[in-house]
Design a protein around this ligand. Structure first.
Ligand SMILES: Cc1cc2nc3c(=O)[nH]c(=O)nc-3n(C[C@H](O)[C@H](O)[C@H](O)COP(=O)(O)OP(=O)(O)OC[C@H]3O[C@@H](n4cnc5c(N)ncnc54)[C@H](O)[C@@H]3O)c2cc1C
Length: 285
């Protein structure tokens, strides 16, 4: 197996184009474990570690935060410049695995791997994030809600890699919460709920709700968000929104919980998330 250390994204993309069995290597948190378990055997690994432009968080001219694909979970968890709704991604990063995983894993590796129970997918949908992709045909952008396609399947095309994740500025007064229910600290979610909302003068004018680990991809619907904000997040609206998401869910039965248990957790965690966003607490694992 070949191991490459490109120092630019252009070099990495051209190496990916040369060999369809080559894989990007980010932190190796998942990829190396899968290789050790003989689940995959790439012909080449393209380490992204020497590409400085893929690391860190910057702000663009529109106030969006641009998070490089090679930014570790620990850096995102501690980021101070994420405002309003952008902060939900830091909240999700704080409850990923345990410190060793947060120091090793990256946002690009996590979303490219697209585990249905991972923490970023629902948070990125709630933040209305855009995934910036680089490939043989150049650069393109995919909204987070369209990026996750199926179990461990994304909208990345052949030879494409994740370059960065853009978190739009959103409403200035937005607050957020990420509620993760896991069997034990450090585990993947049994169910997770991400919400970004804005209530200037106690009148809700923006709500974006997404549920993780209850389907192959994060649950989200325009109708749900409209019901929540048009009805000022009242209890009937929350029930109606949860009913829509529960109807759209397709949960697995696995060692983290039965499908029925997961469905029962949705309204509990949605109410908890709304309450903790309003108090500024922002959710807890
Ligand atoms: C014990 C343990 C506990 C964990 N707990 C959680 C948890 O609670 N919540 C959670 O969300 N996750 C959890 N994870 C997963 C962790 O978040 C990893 O960060 C994530 O799986 C990706 O790892 P990585 O960034 O090191 O990528 P790698 O392992 O290096 O790569 C993963 C995949 O992504 C591809 N890839 C990497 N970077 C790119 C890129 N820029 N563009 C295209 N493809 C790319 C690789 O080719 C590979 O297919 C856990 C993992 C472990 C081992």
């Amino acid at each position: 197996m070949k191991l490459y250390h490109p120092s630019t994204v252009e070099e990495a993309v051209s190496l990916l184009a040369e060999d369809e069995d080559a894989r990007c290597l980010a932190g190796g948190a998942t990829l190396v474990a899968m290789m050790n378990a003989d689940l995959i055997a790439p012909s080449a690994l393209i380490s992204l570690d020497a590409i400085e432009s893929l690391k860190g968080i910057s702000t663009d001219l529109d106030g969006g935060a641009v998070v490089g694909a090679m930014t570790r979970h620990a850096s995102i968890a501690e980021a101070t410049g994420l405002d309003g709704g952008q902060n939900i991604v830091a909240r999700a990063a704080r409850v990923i695995g345990h410190p060793a995983i947060r120091n090793m894993g990256t946002i690009g590796g996590s979303i490219a791997h697209a585990d249905f129970a991972a923490d970023y997918p629902a948070a990125l949908v709630a933040a209305d994030a855009v995934i910036q992709v680089i490939g043989p045909a150049g650069r393109r952008e995919i909204r987070a809600r369209d990026f996750f396609v199926d179990y461990m399947e994304t909208a990345l095309g052949p030879g494409e890699m994740v370059g960065s994740v853009r978190l739009p500025a959103g409403p200035a007064d937005a607050v957020s919460a990420y509620e993760k229910y896991a069997r034990v600290d450090g585990d993947f979610a049994t169910v997770s709920v991400a919400i970004v909302l804005s209530e200037p003068g106690s009148q809700c004018n923006h709500a974006r709700l997404s549920v993780g680990a209850c389907a192959p991809v994060p649950l989200w619907s325009e109708e749900t968000d409209a019901i929540l904000s048009d009805n000022n997040l009242n209890d009937d609206a929350i029930t109606a929104a949860c009913d829509i998401l529960i109807a759209a869910a397709d949960p697995v039965d696995d060692f983290r919980g039965s499908g029925d248990y997961r469905l029962a957790l949705i309204p509990v965690l949605v109410r908890r998330a709304i309450a903790s966003a309003r108090t500024g607490e922002g959710g807890k694992a």
